[in-house]
Ligand binder design. Structure first.
Ligand code: NAP
Length: 284
């Protein structure tokens, strides 16, 4: 079977074209949307991600600042900064980078981000809004899987979707988004018994594990659609997904590549959330 590559470039370009137009309209009327990235680590991967977000924002005309609190910042300091930015009318959107300093829990600090500015949907309030089906920002990575599926005309309603991973940033919010698309959802994790049997029963498999090439042809039934969310460091320093593409290709009907699949759509959706937050703030 020929396996279609579910590339994210075109989906991201379509989203970015709309974002750029809306940023232009806002900038003409008042000021460019403003995103603030809050960093409390000295992790190289996080540093790389911050740079790529700043570049993406710049390309679209979004102002993007970074506040560096240092890798040993206390939870109180991080919370206070997030609360200050949430109350600042000149800031439209706030993103807290991970990893956090050791001993600092994401839920304990992200709770200080106002839901209206929580463009990556990380706070307990944003996650609750998503679960309740109320307006708010879903985590961009989870939303990117659904956006990629829609762009490539992959039907979700009535289909069995198996998600491998149950984190608050990908697996759990994606389960909510898939339910909202009327999919039947199974969420797998490290204690799932016989993972290959569970995923091979699904029409759509989403790998969001953080283990390089864990999902192989044995986990996927003939003709299934596979989304790879994983971004792991490969042996040569490149990025490797959670899916083993060689063994899945030829068996799956479609597979999202890493890099170039979910990643670019995630960034485009984050920037879209920034402009939506700015539009809402300025019309309030
Ligand atoms: P995470 O918080 O570490 O969660 C990993 C999940 O995978 C957990 O639920 C864990 O189960 C489960 N798991 C681990 N080993 C397993 C195994 N052998 N079998 C089945 N399940 C297993 O990771 P995350 O933050 O969700 O990220 C997942 C992946 O997505 C990572 O590669 C990350 O880099 C990537 N990511 C990509 C983007 C993007 O924009 N493309 C954004 C965010 C994350 P337990 O709950 O039982 O521990």
């Amino acid at each position: 079977m020929d396996t279609t590559s579910l590339t994210g470039k075109e989906t991201a370009a379509a989203l970015n074209a709309d974002t750029e137009r809306r940023v232009g309209a806002l900038t003409e009327k008042s000021a460019a949307p403003r995103l603030v990235l809050v960093v409390a680590n000295d992790d190289p991967a996080s540093g790389w991600y911050v740079k790529s977000l700043r570049r993406a924002a710049q390309r679209l005309g979004i102002d993007c600042d970074t506040v560096d609190l240092g890798a040993d910042a206390a939870a109180d300091t991080i919370r206070a900064e997030l609360a200050r930015l949430s109350a600042d009318a000149a800031v439209d959107a706030v993103m807290l980078q991970t990893p956090l300093p050791s001993g600092v829990e994401l839920n304990d600090v992200s709770v200080a981000i106002a839901a209206a500015k929580d463009v990556d949907g990380v706070s307990p309030l944003s996650l609750g809004l998503l679960g309740a089906g109320l307006p708010g920002f879903p985590p961009a990575t989870a939303e990117a899987v659904v956006a990629l599926a829609k762009h490539h005309d992959i039907p979700l309603a009535g289909r069995h979707v198996a998600i491998v991973g149950r984190s608050n940033v990908v697996g759990k919010p994606l389960a909510q988004l898939m339910l909202a698309e009327n999919a039947t959802v199974t969420v797998c994790h490290s204690r799932t018994a016989d993972l290959p049997a569970v995923t091979a029963a699904a029409d759509v498999v989403v790998a969001a594990v953080g283990r390089a090439r864990l999902i192989t042809g044995a986990h996927v039934r003939e003709g299934a659609v596979v989304f790879d969310v994983g971004t792991n460091e490969g042996p040569d320093g490149g990025i490797v997904g959670d899916v083993d593409p060689e063994s899945v290709r030829g068996k799956a009907a479609a597979l999202s590549p890493v890099p170039g699949g979910v990643g670019p759509v995630t960034t485009a959706l984050l920037m879209r959330h920034v402009v939506l937050a700015a539009e809402a703030a300025r019309s309030a």
